[in-house]
Write a protein that binds this ligand. Structure first.
Ligand code: ADP
Ligand code: MG
Length: 486
């Protein structure tokens, strides 16, 4: 792409998973599983005469997120009416926030592929209510108001993101933080978390940002990346052919794997925002903010640093283990049961992750895998104590644990996999293999050192893989040294 740079700002909608809606006691239900329109009340339907009441829990969740994103929490919050008509918004306006949002001036640190990190500024985060959901089917449209009024936090970044990979890192980090806070499960397929990407390109000779387009309907991070890549290429191609990029709202057509134009924006959206007359101005006391700040759980960056400092893990391993809260907890359970942290980190990030990948289990679903943390800890304890060697653990015990859910010790006992470290037994195997492979032995004694590994392999094979590898290797070397002297 040479002289073109990508410029992206992300707008993220996060449902706050509270018991009740933003402005009434109507329950919040699973937006996919629940019967349509089973969780609606007069307020969700925008009936005349209803009055909103602020959900304090949702505000506290919002402040938690704001603090976790290093934002300032202004002392005065105000709700505002954003006026527009759409069938999923029966009141004809959305209660949102405009010039006095819940949180401002924060940032998220993301890690780049080269290992360096970058700070993406968060401009603001404001509270609003979600809209209903439309389904266009059978030549008509259906509307479900279960989601209408669900507390929604909108988080807006500065245009600091300079590639699809950075947008992905930002999205993953933000989702991770939300999961650590326990305010949102991060389920994009259910629309609980929704990303919109504002995209433009910048020529090296430009002195200001160019016109941007906005991509909506991104139901996974993978699709967001594909859509951004596609859109950047489209814009560069337009400019290169002498055309311009028109401001537009775009969508990602997953089936066709391409961008579709939903509408061109003739002029700026005019929502006629004005202060919400039915709600008071909200004063956010400094005590409340301090209280929420004190109760914030350890967040991924902090935990990563802690694993490095306290457990001696590498920065990289530590980053991988803290990227998802569920993985960090799984790891911590194992270490707390007395297994060496580095051994645990190695096994988790290689063998267990490989197994999860093969079975298409996402990292955050580690809680549900057939190998519980307790069981994995007992496998690693057997390795740590030398009861079984690493290769037996990897090739024979772990796969069996995964397929049957059986406890590690039981598999080792039942299959007789315990490691042999008895020197007499090992020496007997060494002698036997050397006697049966005199040609190899002579080649080794004649100076061909490469034969050593083959001999070692044969001895391990003769012991059905159960020999303690370090003792076997030593016994073999001793024997060969003796023979060389003779
Ligand atoms: P508004 O919705 O009030 O027009 P802005 O245009 O300032 O707000 O920003 C909306 C989002 O678009 C923000 O995430 C911002 O970072 C992003 N953005 C603004 N300008 C550009 C641009 N030229 N290219 C890419 N993203 C942009
Ligand atoms: Mg909005």
């Amino acid at each position: 792409m040479g002289e073109w740079q990508t410029v992206i700002g992300l707008e993220v909608h996060v449902e706050m998973e509270t018991e009740s809606k933003m402005f009434s006691s109507c329950p919040v239900v699973d937006s996919v599983g629940a019967e349509p329109n089973s969780a609606v009340d007069a307020l969700s339907l925008g009936m005349p005469g209803t009055l909103p009441v602020i959900n304090i829990k949702a505000m506290e969740y919002g402040i938690m997120v704001g603090l976790a994103l290093n934002c300032e929490i202004p002392p005065i919050n105000q709700f505002a009416r954003k006026n527009y008509f759409y069938p999923d918004l029966p009141k004809g306006y959305q209660i949102s926030q405009y010039d006095r949002p819940l949180a401002v001036n924060g940032y998220i640190n993301i890690e780049l592929e080269d290992g360096s990190s970058k700070r993406i500024r968060v401009r603001r985060a404001h509270m609003e209510e979600d809209t209903g959901k439309l389904s266009h089917i059978m030549g008509g449209s259906l509307v479900d108001y279960n989601r209408a009024g669900v507390p929604l936090l909108e988080i807006v970044s500065e245009p600091d993101i300079n590639s699809a990979a950075e947008a992905e890192a930002y999205a993953r980090k933000l989702r991770s933080i939300l999961r650590y806070l326990g305010v949102n499960s991060g389920d994009m397929s259910k629309g609980l978390l929704r990303f919109e990407a504002n995209v433009s390109v910048l020529h090296e000779s430009d002195t200001e940002l160019r016109e941007r387009t906005e991509i909506k309907n991104l139901n996974s991070i993978r699709n967001m990346v594909k859509a951004i890549d596609y859109e950047v290429k489209r814009q560069i191609k337009l400019y290169s052919s002498g055309a311009t990029v028109k401001p537009a709202t775009l969508g990602w057509d997953e089936a066709a794997q391409k961008i579709t134009v939903q509408r061109y924006k003739e002029r700026a959206d005019e929502y006629r925002y004005f202060p919400e007359p039915d709600l008071p101005i909200v004063e956010v006391s400094r005590e409340l903010v301090a209280d929420i700040a004190a109760k914030l759980p350890a967040l991924p960056d902090e935990l990563q640093q802690r694993f490095v400092n306290e457990l001696g893990l590498s920065n990289y391993d530590s980053g991988v283990l803290t990227a998802e809260r569920a993985v960090a907890e799984y790891f911590q359970k194992i270490v707390e049961s007395g297994v060496d942290p580095k051994l645990t980190a190695n096994w988790l990030t290689t063998d267990l992750f490989r197994m999860m990948n093969k079975n298409e289990v996402e990292r955050e679903m580690i809680d549900g895998i057939p190998v519980s943390a307790e069981n994995f800890a007992s496998l690693l304890t057997l390795v740590q104590q030398g009861t079984i060697n690493q290769s037996t653990a990897r090739k024979k015990v772990l796969p069996e644990m995964w397929s049957s859910g059986t406890e590690a010790r039981a598999i080792v006992d039942e299959k007789g996999l315990a490691q042999i470290s008895d020197p007499t037994l090992i020496e007997a195997s060494v002698d036997k293999v050397l006697a049966e492979n005199d040609d190899m032995l002579q080649r080794y004694l004649g100076g061909n050192e490469k034969v050593l590994n083959a001999l070692f392999g044969k001895i391990m094979g003769a012991m059905r893989g159960k020999g303690d590898p370090s003792i076997v290797r030593r016994a073999l070397l001793d024997k060969l040294a003796e023979m060389k002297l003779d």
